[in-house]
Design a protein. Structure first.
Length: 320
């Protein structure tokens, strides 16, 4: 299918209609001459979006990750358009029933010199242009998957680790709602996938495709770090959950057990990732921190905090 692995043609048509609504709303409220393209990325963009079946009907499950490319407008103009886009996002989210998220506006002039980030690579390799030049992302560099920087794997693991941290806070409560448990299940699943991505980056086998990740990880079943605690099984189960989430009854105790397992694995993968980055075996966090400082990765100070505040004000304005 166009947007999912397992969905029906009817679901594809439903998503097509959603894309038309998004495109129409954007063109009604944004100047036509300033917008170069609107692009669907994420799982649906690469044809691997998730859906659930309830009462025999397919329903969208993941967010729509939308990207806006502009015809080289000024930073000031970007700030002026940001609240309009946020308003559009909120309206579409209510109308469609899932989150419609827009990335910060990027100028097309930045594409040719875009850094090798996982975000850019995934977008180039899997997307749907819903408005504008269908080939516009050909302007991005022709990166090779095997050259994905290790720091990108660590960045992803750090990002998903923040989700695990927040999940841990929720687990302190009793009798969590089903909505809370579903969010926790999703955070744990994302963490397993992040560890797998970092492992594949380290072994020069990264791929943007979820289906491809399953094939790739199976090549390395003999490697110690992914034989621990049946990691490969959990990693593949997390990808399948992403493609077609299971709406079966969920148990807080069994979910907490899985959470404790991913925490232990996360420590191992974190140290593994930094061992690759720094080209030295690292067995504990004290050694990791010492090596980072010796390699020039400095702890943040008051000046860097102030710099970040100033950059944020310049980018999104004082009000935001």
């Amino acid at each position: 299918m166009k947007y999912t692995v397992y969905g029906s043609e009817e679901l594809d048509n439903n998503i097509d209609n959603c894309m038309k609504k998004i495109s129409k709303s954007m063109m009604q409220k944004l100047p036509h001459n300033e917008i170069a393209a609107i692009i669907l990325g994420g799982g649906y963009g690469r044809g691997e979006g998730g859906f659930v079946i309830e009462n025999g009907t397919e329903h969208l499950y993941n967010d729509f990750d939308m990207f806006i490319l502009a015809n080289n407008i000024s930073r000031k103009r970007k700030r002026e358009l940001t609240p309009i886009i946020l308003e559009i996002s909120e309206e579409l989210t209510k109308e469609i029933g899932i989150d419609v998220d827009f990335s910060p506006i990027q100028n097309i002039s930045t594409l040719e010199k875009a850094p090798y980030w996982m975000m850019w690579y995934d977008l180039k390799m899997g997307h749907q242009v819903i408005l504008g030049d269908k080939n516009i992302l050909n302007k991005l560099p022709n990166w090779k998957a095997e050259d994905m920087p290790m720091i990108e794997g660590l960045r992803l693991v750090l990002n998903r680790g923040a989700g695990l941290f927040q999940a841990g806070i929720k687990f302190r409560g009793d009798n969590l709602s089903e909505v809370d448990l579903r969010h926790l299940e999703k955070d744990i699943s994302k963490a397993f996938m992040a560890c797998g991505d970092m492992f594949l980056i380290a072994h020069k086998n990264f791929t943007h495709s979820y289906v491809g990740k399953i094939e790739a990880i199976n090549k390395f079943k003999h490697v110690d770090i992914i034989t621990d605690d049946d990691f490969v099984t959990h990693h593949i189960a997390s990808i399948n959950y992403k493609l077609k989430p299971d709406r079966a009854d969920i148990n807080q105790d069994s979910l907490k057990e899985l959470y404790d397992k991913i925490l232990l694995l996360y420590r191992k993968f974190w140290l593994f990732g930094f061992s690759i980055l720094l080209d030295q075996k690292i067995e504990n966090f004290v050694t990791c921190n010492r090596l980072l400082l010796s390699h020039g990765y400095k702890e943040p100070d008051d000046n860097s905090l102030l710099k970040n505040i100033v950059l944020n004000i310049k980018e999104i304005g004082m009000k935001n």
